[in-house]
Design a protein around this ligand. Sequence first.
Ligand SMILES: Nc1nc2c(c(=O)[nH]1)N[C@H]1C(S)=C(S)[C@@H](COP(=O)(O)O)O[C@H]1N2
Ligand SMILES: [Mo]
Length: 200
Amino acid sequence: MGFDILSRRSKDREKYGDRLPPGQKVVEDWPVLSYGATPRIEKGQWRLRLYGLVENEVELDWEAFTAFPSATAHCDIHCVTAWSRMDNDFEGVAWLELMQLVKPLAQASAVLAHCYGGYTTNVLLSDLNRPEVLLAYKHDGQELAAQHGGPCRLVIPHLYFWKSAKWVRAFEFIDKDRPGFWEQYGYHLRGDPWKEQRYS
Ligand SMILES: Nc1nc2c(c(=O)[nH]1)N[C@H]1C(S)=C(S)[C@@H](COP(=O)(O)O)O[C@H]1N2
Ligand SMILES: [Mo]
């Protein structure tokens, strides 16, 4: 019933106040939202490539990737389908750590994330270059489950969660923002939940 949803939303609002973006409701579980099947990638086969408009293109294997110091982010996540999951603890490698290694060129303004399984999403460098943005391999103290993007996913807490690419395998540095998978189907190019940038 519509009334139930409305009263639940106002309870969420009472509990979380400004932490809850407009139009969102809190869930206690963690829904799985994947387009297509879950790719299964062994850590031994896993590679992460950073290429395009950078000084140093690199390809990291699991050992090289996990040799970077680990960073944590305590955050809420907001799906464009209107659920929010509060108080997540992610652990992984800080995006900014990798930027010190690859050094994006001045003309790079955005990135296209490419995933195992074919999914892509575009993100501005200005949205990625923030200390809480991680390439996460753990969630709430556990190894990231395959359906949630394990062994490694992007986590960008301040944008709708479709930007947080699961099973990420490459970042392509580009000069001009170019729509990824959902963006080509009408999702907003940026996806700020506070501005309700759901569709374009
Ligand atoms: N590779 C890949 N990444 C993806 C998706 C996907 O289908 N494939 N779905 C996106 C969407 S729409 C959301 S809401 C979140 C869901 O993450 P979860 O399944 O861990 O909740 O992952 C995002 N990242
Ligand atoms: Mo989503």
